[in-house]
Structure formats: structure tokens, C-alpha cells
Design a protein around this ligand. Sequence first.
Ligand code: ASP
Length: 462
Amino acid sequence: MEKEGLKGYRGAAKEKLISLKARVWGDVVVDTSRGEFRGIILPRSETADDQHIVLKLHNGYNIGLHIETVNKIEELGYRKAHYKIPEKSFPIDPDKPKVTLFGTGGTIASRLDYRTGAVIPAFSPGELYGAVPELVDVCNLNTIKLYGEFSENIGREHWIGVAKAIAEAIEDGADGIVVGHGTDTMHHTAAALTFMVQDSPVPIIIVGSQRSSDRPSSDAALNLINACRAAGYGEIAEVLVCMFGPTSDQYDLLHRGTRVRKMHSSYRSTFRTIGERPMAMVSTSEYVPLRDDYRRRRKDNLKVKLTPVFDDRVSIVYYYPNMKPDIIDSLVDNGYKGIVIAGTGLGHVNRPLYPSLKRAYEAGVHIYMTVQTLWGYVQMFVYDTGRDILDLGVVPLDNMLPEVAYVKLGWALGQTHERDEVKDIMLTPIADEITAREPIDGYLVMQGGLPEVKEFFKSYKR
Ligand code: ASP
């Protein structure tokens, strides 16, 4: 069957559809061990499992049928046209801010029709309006599709491309920028844009969705609405990630681009600020800064400081017990110029690695230490072993997150290979990638029920 007819289905679910001669958009009667169901077979999110076939019932509900329960599918018709998102013209309101939305891919870019549950490539302002009509009340939208990649495929070339596009849109007078992005590597991109696009006069908000819109629990629409609000009206003119705060549909948190990390593979509230408080909460009715040390929106001088460079001959070495020196040697032998170690505890690796690290240093490789605990600081003066590693030329990065250190080192090496200059760039924080101290409420690992976090954040309201 042609690709279109099985859209998004893979593995066992795809086999099942093929064996039962069924196709996406087929208006069908499905005979299952749980009874008979009549509806239209919807395309499947590519990130979803391969065990279910999704059916849109005629009452409007979507259900997932486990393939093992499905015995027979009889096609009565074909209803594709019915699901097209209506292209409504997006009304322009001169009183509303101008927001430019860049698409790079990920779940949010391709499955925005949360009302019909259809899988569609919604991207023009008109399509977005059809899918998320609330956007009209928020801003005037200009959309530009830069890429269509799941975020594991986003890297150097895309970071540079997005950074340049943002600078151009800001110079053209956008009041705020939104970047739609897959969530998996959103924090890498957030760090890259923080370094590449500095001194922005307007907010640069990165947004995604953890659940595809073919599920009723999708976070796509709310995240997008809140991101557009934060971009169009928010006071914090920095690179920020906007994603669900609690697990329920209450509000989003804005996280600084260098302190944010994806911390859960499936929760919608997956992004957390590490070692600090988030910057703000934003909902459809409120925008509450949680800190006051931020760069404010400005109207003069629309130029950003753009440094779109990245040397990708950098690696993160996540230390594990029994690691052999050949791991480090092979990086050096293959021409890598930078190594970020995510060390144990306060920043350690085992003794057998020492000669390799020395060799790497002497070969001109820039080696930096971070901690795999994520929270807390590298402190290499506490134990002798830490001092020994320092003596090999390894530079501690305080509380910089390993992925941020990776991005920053690539960015620094894009500018210079002079050891002291690289070190200077690495150790001079641009946007809190290193902070002087970790506030007591910066260690916020929420486990279990989450909505009470709102109460917690409210105590910071001034
Ligand atoms: N795998 C997807 C991505 O990162 C997940 C998402 O979009 O949230 O592109």
C-alpha cells in the first residue's frame, strides 16, 4: 500500500492494517473481541506505539484499538477530505503584537488539530487559526517553516539557521519570536540560541508538545497559546523554553535557555529549571515573573548580537565505573577538539583515565568537567583525586549542565582554539549557565502529585 494510506503507522500496527487490507481515512467497521466499532481510521503519530489503531467514531471521539483485539476491518468508504483543517484567513489586528513563529519540526509542528484529532501538517497562519482559533486573540502571526525534523536530527546547521532567521525577524520588527521544536533536544537548542543570539530586544520562546494532538491530553494547543502570549506580551526578553508546569492543563513555566532540561520521557510537565527557579509562569489569564533578574523588553535598537558559529568536534563523555582510557584516546585520534566530562559526584573519573586525559590535553584538546548529578557544583579541591584531575588540565565548570557545556564548548571553539580565550568564554556566564549559588528552592525534584507546585510558586508572587 502506498505510504499515504498507512500514514504514521509502523511495526505491528502497520502489518495489521496491511493484512486486513485497511487504510488511513477508511470509513470502516472494525470487528474486535470487545465488539464492533464504526469510524474512520486516523493517521497515527509517528512517535506513538505500534500496538494501536486509532479510530474516530462518528460521535467525534477518538479511540485506540489494540491490534490484538482486532479481527476484521471492513471498509465502507473513504473520508479524507472531511478532516482537512479549514484555512481561515487570519485577521490582522493592529493593536496586537506581531509574533513570528518558526517551525523546525517535532510533534508540535505536524499535529495541531486538537479538535478533530487528525494528523495534519498545520503550519500557515490560516491552518493554525483553523486548528487553534484562540491564537487570533493573542497576536498577529507570521509563520515560517524552517525545517521539518524530529529533534534528534536537529544540530549545528539548524541552530545556525534558526539563529540567523531570528535575528532577521527581530530586525524586521517582530515583537516576539516563537520557535516550534521537538522536545527531546529542545534544551540543547535553547542553549545554542542563548549563545548565538544575545541582547535580544524581544522574547525568544521555544515551544513544543509532549503529546501529539491525536490524543485528547495533548499539550500542543495550550503550549502554543502560552508561548505566543509570552512572546507577544512578556517582559522577559531572553531565550526561554515554554512548556507545561504541572501535569494538568493549568499553566506553563518559562525556563531560562541554559538552565532547562527535559527530565521525563512522557510527562507533559517534563521540563525543569535545574539549580534555579523558573523565570515566570504564563497561563491564558496571567503572566507572573518568578524572578526579577532578567533582561527586559526594549523598543530601541532592534539589533541582536549574533554569533552563529559551532564546531561540532566536541563530545560529552558520561563517566561510568570501569571506563577504559581508549574512550578518550579514540576521541583524540579522531580529531575531536573538545571534551565535556560528566563526572561522578563532585567531578571525578577513575585513575586509568589520567594518562589519556594528559595525552588529550597535550594534543590541544579542551577538556571541561561537569557533574552527572546535574544539581550542585563541580568541586575538585575536596579530594586528592579531584586535584589530580585538575593537574591534568581539566577545567571545572561549576554548575553548568553537561549538555549546556557541550553546546557552549562547540560555540566557543567556533570562535577560537586559543586555550585561554576558550576558557574565558566558557567561564564567563552569558545567561546563568554558571550561577554563584544554588537557591534552596532551586533543587526542586517534584515526585508524585504536582499541582501543589502552583501554590509553591505563588509564595514568590510579590
Ligand atoms: N521525538 C520528538 C522530537 O523531539 C518528540 C517531540 O516532538 O516532543 O522531535
